[in-house]
Unconditional design. Structure first.
Length: 217
């Protein structure tokens, strides 16, 4: 499964890219606002830091303006993916941009039939929002399973990008459900390394090794 980082914090993204485990980045207007920086400067810096796909979201409501915004965003760097909302206008823009060869990420997906429409519109990525469904008392992971089954039934090549991830369990279950990618907040990504038995086991090994008085180098 590909790991994307869900953030527009350039310093954080640079640090995480150094792990060698980051395949891409997703941003949204809220994350850009939180970063406090200029939109285009921030996108350029992110694209310099990460070689994989970097999703940048349009803010227009109508397809024609979304297409114009998408093309401008694509001009920032070759790895920009145009992020579009799952609305009728967003899917019109998705189809038009896809037909012209631009990669797209259809966002704010909360149902399997929405994901079916996005695949028919040629989306490169579909972003089902797990955490927000869970927040509302629904089962976000069931949505991933349903989309996986539908895409496999018909051979749609749209990549399932599990989004709105809150926990390591979300990452695990999205991988088990067959999501192609997960976009993960930095703090959740860092927590994926951690297990108390790893820490305790390492401490015991090092203590025993020290008692031997030997060295490897
Ligand atoms: C996805 O692309 C979105 O940026 C993101 O995952 C939304 O997550 P949130 O529900 O934590 O805001």
């Amino acid at each position: 499964m590909q790991i994307f980082i869900d953030s527009a914090d350039v310093k954080e993204l640079k640090a995480l890219a150094e792990t060698g485990l980051v395949d891409g980045v997703t941003t949204n207007p809220s994350l850009i606002a939180k970063s406090g920086g200029d939109f285009f400067e921030t996108l350029r810096a992110i694209c310099d830091a990460v070689s994989g796909p970097v999703s940048a979201e349009v803010v227009a409501q109508d397809a024609e303006t979304m297409i114009a915004e998408g093309k401008k965003l694509r001009g920032v760097a070759p790895n920009i993916v145009v992020k579009l909302p799952l609305t009728p206008e967003g899917l019109l823009a998705c189809k038009a941009l896809t037909d012209e060869g631009h990669p797209t990420n259809v966002t704010l997906c909360f149902s399997a039939v929405q994901a079916l429409l996005a695949a028919k519109a040629g989306a490169t990525f579909i972003s089902p929002f797990l955490g927000r469904l869970d927040d509302g008392g629904q089962d976000g992971m069931q949505l991933i399973r349903e989309i996986r089954a539908i895409y496999d039934n018909y051979g749609y090549e749209t990549n399932i990008l599990a989004a709105s991830i809150r926990t390591g369990a979300h990452v695990r279950d999205a991988a088990l459900a067959g999501a192609d990618c997960a976009t993960i907040p930095p703090a959740v990504f860092r927590a994926l390394y951690k297990h108390n038995l790893t820490d305790a086991g390492l401490a015991a090994f090092l203590k025993d090794w020290k008692a031997t008085g030997q060295s490897i180098l």
